[in-house]
Design a protein around this ligand. Sequence first.
Ligand SMILES: [Zn+2]
Length: 81
Amino acid sequence: MKLLVVISLSVFCFVACQSNNHSHSTENTSNQPVLGKDLVCDMEVTDSTYVFDYEGKTYFFCAEHCKDEFQKEPQKYLSKK
Ligand SMILES: [Zn+2]
């Protein structure tokens, strides 16, 4: 029983340490430049995972969901300024 707690704690620590690992300069989450604004949810995007090119411009999104929404109706979000 105690062993189980120790194992789950060390797994949690491992995951937490992984997500806070700033040793790789390309994965420095605390000091990432803002690439652009997610027009769907108005969030600043620092991650280039979800990108969509539209009319010669590159748009960045925080998640697949936002990208999908934009792809469906780009004009809706572009005219929303
Ligand atoms: Zn978003």
